[in-house]
Design a protein around this ligand. Structure first.
Ligand SMILES: *[C@@H]1O[C@H](CO)[C@@H](O)[C@H](O)[C@H]1NC(C)=O
Ligand SMILES: *[C@@H]1O[C@H](CO)[C@@H](O)[C@H](O)[C@H]1NC(C)=O
Length: 465
């Protein structure tokens, strides 16, 4: 009798445990309703009570005073008191100081002496500014020519960069999108904004400007330009902001294409662990999954490369103070990311960045941060997006039926599988794995990204505009 009672208690406890586990599991995995966000919050200086938006659009041309370039050259000419790397070490401990010295010398002696040429290159794409929610927003806007428009289906496209990138990543990609490539039926009217706090766009002056607010500003910019519906493409933050836009404003989103498809919901994490052990059950080719790397090692790699994330998510103003007005430090901090993202075969190679992106290109991007003193303001996006107010929105668990396309380049962050992505994106139209390429796809492999993006657009099957 006693025995039976004990057995009964054990069964009851077990059942309660399973039941509770089931409740927790379903609670963690069910989709959530779309939160309502204000779509016109004022982010400019002051309280904005009597704010009247200036809706005009202004031409923008980069015109850096010569004195500023001379000043930078002098700063780069100070004796560098850098610490030598350890014996036999390339970039394992961070950006190599020998490499940094060479970069600084090239920057000072070659790059800056032909700044007029670099500036003309920046100005080779049409740029504008307009004010959205109290913030001056800078953007590239390249329209399709009449000749091309006569032959092609033309769609507006919002192109979103990330950190530590800038609109400079898109200088080869945009002409491909806009021009007649003769291989697709499409041409795109491209709008590529500098994110708020990045490049020549203003930074928010109040706390709370997170990746949902960013999506709202970007959407309002497209509305300002007369585009009620548009395509979205992005990597890094651009991918997260694009996902938020497609989630919060599906009525404005024709399609969303990401080259950094990550998802960190509890269910997606469980699925990624399962996929690690049973890739053949989830992926159509084992080629796409480096299952020979132990799972803890995958997470260790993420931790090794993401220290910057933690510091920017917690104390962006401290690291910002070390980097703003400090061109050499800024170079080490930003170039390290581009170096790492060349992939494991090249990450310890001194010539990697020259091979993969070109020296001028990475220095151009660095100049965008230097000239705008944007280390602090761009870093704050991590802090704002890590705050409770943003986390509580749980946007990754809100579904969207906007057509979604995902391309995974080999050396990017570990991507989510279609199996995981479909929990959020109920209308996945396109999915791709590439054997090459890294995190900065538009910068590194614009032609491959172009082909993948247009394949996605083809699969959506949009009507003619
Ligand atoms: C750099 O310093 C050297 C030696 O002090 C000087 O001759 C040269 O003009 C400086 N160059 C710049 C760009 O300031
Ligand atoms: C596309 O074809 C036209 C006409 O044949 C040609 O003028 C143009 O240069 C081609 N464009 C590209 C990007 O190849």
């Amino acid at each position: 009798m006693k025995c039976l009672a004990i057995f009964g208690v054990i069964v009851a406890v077990f059942a309660a445990f399973v039941g509770y586990g089931y409740l927790v599991f379903t609670d963690l995995t069910r989709p959530l309703p779309k939160p309502e966000l204000k779509d016109n919050t004022y982010w400019g200086p002051g309280d904005g009570k009597n704010y009247v938006a200036d809706e005009k659009i202004y031409d923008f041309k980069l015109n850096v005073p010569k004195a500023e370039i001379d000043d930078l050259r002098q700063q780069l000419n100070r004796t560098l008191k850098l610490t030598e790397p350890l014996d036999g070490i390339a970039f394992q401990y961070g950006f190599n100081s020998y490499a940094l010295e060479q970069f600084v010398q090239y920057w000072r002696e070659k790059y800056l002496t032909k700044w007029d040429e670099r500036q003309a290159y920046f100005n080779s794409l049409k740029q504008y500014t307009t004010e959205i929610q109290g913030l001056k927003i800078h953007y590239i806007h390249e329209r399709v020519s009449k000749e091309v428009a006569a032959k092609k289906k033309v769609y507006p496209l919002l192109l979103l960069h990330g950190w530590p990138g800038s609109v400079r990543e898109f200088y080869d990609f945009i002409p491909m999108l806009r021009n007649d490539q003769n291989i697709t039926d499409y041409a795109f009217e491209v709008v590529a904004p500098s994110l708020v706090g990045f490049g020549w766009s203003d930074a928010a002056t109040k706390p709370g400007f997170d990746a949902a607010e960013m999506a709202t500003v970007m959407r309002n910019l497209m509305l300002r330009l007369g585009h009620k519906q548009f395509l979205i493409q992005g990597g890094d933050w651009g991918s997260i902001i694009g996902s938020n836009l497609a989630t919060l404003y599906p009525q404005n989103s024709l399609g969303y294409h990401s080259n950094m498809c990550v998802l960190s919901t509890p269910l997606a994490i469980l699925k990624s662990i399962y996929t690690h052990y049973y890739p053949e059950k989830v992926l159509f080719s084992r080629m796409f999954y480096n299952h020979h790397v132990p799972i803890w090692e995958k997470y260790m790699r993420l931790i090794e490369e993401s220290g910057y994330f933690h510091i920017q998510a917690t104390k962006p103003d401290t690291i910002g103070a070390a980097l703003d007005s400090n061109p050499v430090g800024l170079a080490a901090y930003i170039l390290e990311k581009f170096q790492t993202c060349t992939g494991p075969a090249l990450a310890q190679d001194f010539g990697a960045m020259v091979t993969v992106y070109g020296l001028e290109a990475v220095l151009d991007n660095l100049m965008v941060y230097y000239l705008n003193n944007a280390a602090t303001t761009s870093g704050r996006l991590y802090a704002e997006t890590s705050r409770k107010a943003y986390r509580d929105l749980q946007l990754e668990r809100v579904q969207t039926s906007v057509p979604m396309g995902c391309v995974r380049f080999a050396h990017d962050l570990p991507p989510a599988t279609d199996w995981a992505l479909r929990d959020k994106f109920t209308n996945m139209k396109h999915s791709m794995y590439f054997q090459q390429g890294g995190h900065f796809a538009a910068f590194e492999m614009p032609a491959m990204l172009y082909n993948d993006f247009t394949t996605f657009v083809e699969k959506i099957g949009l009507e003619n505009e």
